[in-house]
Design a protein around this ligand. Sequence first.
Ligand code: ADQ
Length: 460
Amino acid sequence: MSRLVAVSNRVAAPIAGKSAGGLAVGVLAALRERGGVWFGWSGKTTARDPGDPKLKRSGAIEFATIDINDRDCDRYYNGFSNDTLWPLLHYMLGFFRYSRAEYEAYRRVNELFAQKLKPLLRADDLIWVHDYHLFLLGSALRRMNVAQPIGFFLHVPFPSFNVLRTLPGYEHLLSALASYDVVGFQTEGDLESFQDCLKQAEIGGEVHGDGRVTAFGRTFRAGAFPIGIDVDECQTVAVANFESRDIRRLAHSLRGRKFIVGVDRLDYSKGLELRFRAYEALLERYPTALGNVVFLQIAPPTRTGVRAYDSIREDLERAAGNINGRFAEIDWVPIRYLNRGYPRERLMSILRLADVGVVTPIRDGMNLVAKEYVASQDPDDPGILVLSTLCGAARELDAAVLVNPYDRQTVADGLQSAIAMPVAERRERYLTMIDVLKRNDIHHWCRRFTDTLQDAASGR
Ligand code: ADQ
């Protein structure tokens, strides 16, 4: 079997007690299954030439990391990746900002990744590039005569042409994607948006019926590969920690009240303030909820230093303070808002304890927390997922209570129906969803993508 070389912006060696983002959870699971190399940024910057990658082995995985030049790092990461591409790809043009200098830094960092990765490669490697920070890596590697199969997976949504063309030079991104052998998206909808962009007159691409597309003089595969989770691991971890002191303390503090949980990175795409306001609407509309429901939101800060992220924390603290000030009683606080990460084991048990999991992003490629919430439930007495229609997970988890996150009344009604749902209906919905999750788990996702890549490359 070929060696798998995964490449992403950051490399996340598993550290007990530290939270990993969605991409890291997926890449780690893929590499644990078949071993290989994970290459990416160390998180450090340097004023000198970054030198050779630092190598560190942990079990079957070799971690290879490089530093990035001081002058490019902020423009590449905070700038073009997170202030330009992230809002663009999430259809949130109100946050979109563009600077030519930041794009140039992004291009240079993609080149640097290619230069430092090339010497580590073996002839039979499969290279799997992850996410929007590295759109240009495939074309940079091809210019350096790297001939191994290279695939690209986008963890976030792919927008429609009318949104994409907001970006000056969007054609460069599309043409860079044509250097890969396989380009993967989270949903059929994202794939269709991509195909539609290629078919525009100014691009002149062609979509063949068999999963291949031709554009910029190359024919390659483009497909939907919805990311899954490790269902068994999730269940095992959730059960194993359920009797821990922390979880017992949390359960005791609820005093039999209904328990709603939300777990997200602190990001404007996750719709957290709208969610707080929807919970406020629940307390306004359903007097039985007063004193009888507790909402716990766990949201560790990310991307501190990116302008748009600095204000979210304050907005949320204000909203939580408002709602608690308005409704709290001497022995009941309606919202518990925790602004920090949690060890994965504890998190899965918290999800298991919750009667309702609320996942209401205003745009999300997939959303693994939605899947983890379902997987961590007790099959005999499962909780219910209230899920945004605007995330990739809603395609597979259509037995959840689906809501439009912009409509606070609908979300409030959805929360109430989840709280009041009889156990027979909860079990039925759980069985439908767990079946979907097991059929498309993380191992299936990884195998499907790497098999497609291997296959595309042999037909090349
Ligand atoms: P993210 O935007 O990071 O991922 P998500 O898919 O929900 O979002 O994954 C978050 C992961 O981090 C989950 O596994 C969750 O358990 C973990 N996590 C979140 N908050 C945590 C906390 N407080 N403590 C510990 N762990 C925490 C990106 C895309 C998504 C896509 C994934 C995977 O934005 O749309 O689903 O990649 O492709």
